[in-house]
Design a protein around this ligand. Structure first.
Ligand code: COA
Length: 167
């Protein structure tokens, strides 16, 4: 049986920690779809299309991994694309409680879909997208945490803001 998994997230931006989880999930399943959530509640820094394009470029070395945007419920998206598994990364015990809650909600909404957790590599347990955004906005070096594509996007975005005079 062919198993398709979804790795969902806001990915604002996709970090080295996300790539680590996605690479390992890509090796475990026949097909991995990285689902980039529109997630307007989080008021993302990068527009949805840019988050999708950057993530696709970063994962382009894995042929069985694709990247798609989604809005609305994650379980609806799993039905749309025919996925049987949801993948989430666990960085620390603090992630566990929330993740188990979300997995429970998703199982209630759609029992046929299993959530699988992948333990994040030790190197990235402290990393999150908001930490990366914070450092980048304050002109710190985030090159150890993100792909060069994301570094360029930060530079472009900061130049645009400076031009518009809102920096
Ligand atoms: N490496 C680095 N950072 C990681 C990480 C890893 N391995 N794993 C998680 N993170 C970070 C994320 O970048 C994010 O950081 P931020 O808050 O600083 O931006 C944080 O940990 C986790 O954020 P969280 O909000 O839990 O997840 P998310 O933004 O990645 O994605 C969705 C959440 C999209 C999966 C969830 O909101 C969703 O399913 N939405 C659809 C609506 C829905 O179905 N709701 C019902 C279920 S609640």
């Amino acid at each position: 049986m062919q198993v398709t998994a979804i790795y969902p997230g806001t990915f604002d931006p996709f970090t080295a920690g996300h790539r680590d989880v996605a690479k390992r999930a890509g090796k475990m399943f026949d097909e991995l779809i990285i689902g980039v959530a529109a997630n307007p509640n989080k008021n993302p820094y990068f527009p949805l299309e840019e988050r999708v394009a950057m993530t696709a470029e970063i994962m382009s070395d894995m042929p069985n991994v694709s990247v798609k945007p989604f809005t609305g419920l994650l379980v609806e998206f799993t039905s749309e694309v025919g996925a049987q598994v949801i993948v989430r990364g666990l960085r620390a015990i603090s992630d566990f409680e929330y993740e188990v809650q979300i997995a429970g909600v998703n199982r209630h909404l759609k029992p046929a879909v299993e959530t699988v957790f992948i333990a994040a590599s030790q190197d990235f347990t402290f990393l999150s997208s908001s930490i990366v955004r914070e450092i980048a906005k304050l002109d710190g070096d985030v090159s150890d945490f993100v792909h060069p594509v994301v570094l360029e996007a930060f530079t472009r975005s900061k130049q645009q803001s400076a031009k518009q005079g809102d920096k």
